[in-house]
Write a protein that binds this ligand. Sequence first.
Ligand SMILES: Nc1ncnc2c1ncn2[C@@H]1O[C@H](COP(=O)(O)OP(=O)(O)OP(=O)(O)O)[C@@H](O)[C@H]1O
Ligand SMILES: [Mg+2]
Length: 369
Amino acid sequence: MANVTFRNVRKSFGEFVALEELDLHINEGEFVALLGPSGCGKSTTLRMLAGLEFPTSGEIMIGDRVVNDLAPGKRDIAMVFQSYALYPHMSVGENIGYPLKKRGIKGRERDDAVQKAAELLQLDALLDRKPKQLSGGQQQRVALGRALVRDPQVFLLDEPLSNLDAKLRSYMRAELIELHRRLGKTMVYVTHDQLEAMTMASRIAVMHGGRVQQFDTPDAIYNRPANRFVAGFIGTPPMNQVEGTVEGGHFITGGHKVPIDRSAYADALRDGPVVLGVRPEAITIGKGEGLPATVRLAENTGHETIVTLELPDRTRISARVEAARRLDVGHSVALTFDPDAIHLFEASATGARLNLDAKSASVVSMRSK
Ligand SMILES: Nc1ncnc2c1ncn2[C@@H]1O[C@H](COP(=O)(O)OP(=O)(O)OP(=O)(O)O)[C@@H](O)[C@H]1O
Ligand SMILES: [Mg+2]
């Protein structure tokens, strides 16, 4: 069994705590993305799983085995790095076959394994070339081939596409999804690119400040963010956050009332300061009734327009409207929010979500510091 478990893992580098308390359980065959801003501990998590770094405390398990003290070579994993780390003097075939050579696997057995990996990655016509005669995407595929040839239980990938241009990245995303589908192996994929995480992973662990903020499906991460950090990290532009108060079951900001669906909060809706979250696509810009705002910027991207609006308290929020819509900068408008798409968060910095969700049981690591 190749499921992966981090149990209460802490990692410090001297005085510096990189990971406070990491609890993750990844199922066999799952494609999990570790997503978060630079420095949040993604690579450290992956490197500990690979055995290149050791936890300060806690347990890491692959299958039923605690691997804390197991050498990297004994973990039955393969890792692909951002820098492909190919050997420049070796051909594509020799690069792919290298992990087998190191293990003493020779002749026909090695050639067959290399051929199989090369076919899977459409590299069979390039086996005699040297890495410098390949494009970036082809080099990345050789690095993948070198991981594949070992037939590991778990694949670890650390930002494998970040050196590629946008077009090639989107092509390789589709290739990796297809590869995962065919192999059915556990994959742990580190990225700071939310598009990669959202499109490829069956579940995403959103990390920040040395903790997992939420570990859930892309749909839940987008539609039911566990706290203000996740809400503000996912989405382009991300979810808007408007400060206000709850008074008698209504949300009030700058003296204006915003209708909310009270049944979505039950006891959590106590009077006091809160933050309202609303995605750019859940805002309607009109005239008359609604939250007053001023149009500050309208950016037409071709298929839609992103409008920057300023509320009376100077808060700026974004709305998404159809590209053909004309909005004049400086004009006053009235905003209404889709009540089913409103989120309320605690006003604290950690800002836990207050909405009641059928799936809230999957929300993890929400403890305030
Ligand atoms: N060997 C080390 N010694 C000291 N500090 C380290 C070491 N390795 C990592 N760190 C620190 O631990 C934190 C987490 O690093 P890590 O490389 O895991 O981040 P990351 O999420 O992968 O970031 P990025 O997206 O930039 O790759 C960072 O603040 C980093 O500076
Ligand atoms: Mg990293």
